[in-house]
Design a protein around this ligand. Sequence first.
Ligand SMILES: Cc1cc2nc3c(=O)[nH]c(=O)nc-3n(C[C@H](O)[C@H](O)[C@H](O)COP(=O)(O)OP(=O)(O)OC[C@H]3O[C@@H](n4cnc5c(N)ncnc54)[C@H](O)[C@@H]3O)c2cc1C
Length: 290
Amino acid sequence: MSFTVKENSPLAPITGMRVGGKAKYLVFPRDTAGLADAIRRYKEKGEKVIVVGNCSNIIFPDSGFDGAVIVTSCVKGIALRSGVIVAACGETLSSLARFAANNSLAGLEFCYGIPGTVGGGIFMNAGAYGGELSQRVRECLLLDPDLEEITLPVSELGFGYRKSVVAEKGYTVLSASFECENGEREAIFRQMDALMARRKASQPLEYPSCGSTFKRPEGHYAGALIEQCGLKGVSVGGAEVSQKHAGFIINKNNATASDVLALIKLVSETVYAQTGVRLEPEVRIIGAEG
Ligand SMILES: Cc1cc2nc3c(=O)[nH]c(=O)nc-3n(C[C@H](O)[C@H](O)[C@H](O)COP(=O)(O)OP(=O)(O)OC[C@H]3O[C@@H](n4cnc5c(N)ncnc54)[C@H](O)[C@@H]3O)c2cc1C
């Protein structure tokens, strides 16, 4: 079998926020062929299917997922081909940055410390400190909803701020290629270490979270608005608006998904009432209906 399956398996331990109920099937493909195979098999069985990476930006409900959650964390493989890095969807963004650095390739330093995978990163157009994946992706090998393989160049990937065509069209990312510039290995690693130090100083990495809860609204910073509205430290159940970085909601004390979702609602309603700015969640919220 090209994938392994756990039935009726808790989702919380594999999610960044450590919340959510059980998945009817938790499926771990071994490689990209296994990923395609798993999607096909569960779709044929009439099950709902969702493909996830490291679950660092996703909240499943307390009622869980009544279908197959296909996790790409074992779908690995990274190589340099004619100066271009090709990485499988389950490689972490930090491994991608390290691989580039080890090959003296600059431009992916910003990925270091984003706790997602290549697949989740392309889906979200992940970015930090002025960089985003769209600046470095050359092309992407995808499965379309009919499970046909297609290769799209960056110009057809519909990248925007925390969005891509992958989300819009229901594609699955199998792998992606990245173009970098020649650089000096030690300088690249120094830059990665400096960015990681900035993360550690400003983000509540000691608690489970999904990173920034909200997208950056045009002309504002979500964290600054939330702080301005006096919401730092406000909690619902075990979920809390981080004291260290108001843009993060953290799982402070055995929060449930309902606690987190209620706090997201409270924060967005309060910010809208006080400032007129609508905050849109950056985290992917999976509804009870899947
Ligand atoms: C502490 C912390 C710091 C963070 N910092 C940043 C940051 O600086 N910048 C940033 O952009 N994000 C940040 N994030 C958020 C998160 O890490 C990114 O959004 C990341 O790209 C999500 O990747 P993932 O593999 O965890 O995706 P998941 O959370 O598993 O999934 C996210 C979405 O992508 C989809 N998806 C995943 N894999 C695939 C695939 N192979 N094919 C198709 N769809 C797929 C899922 O269905 C889901 O809708 C942070 C999160 C945390 C917890």
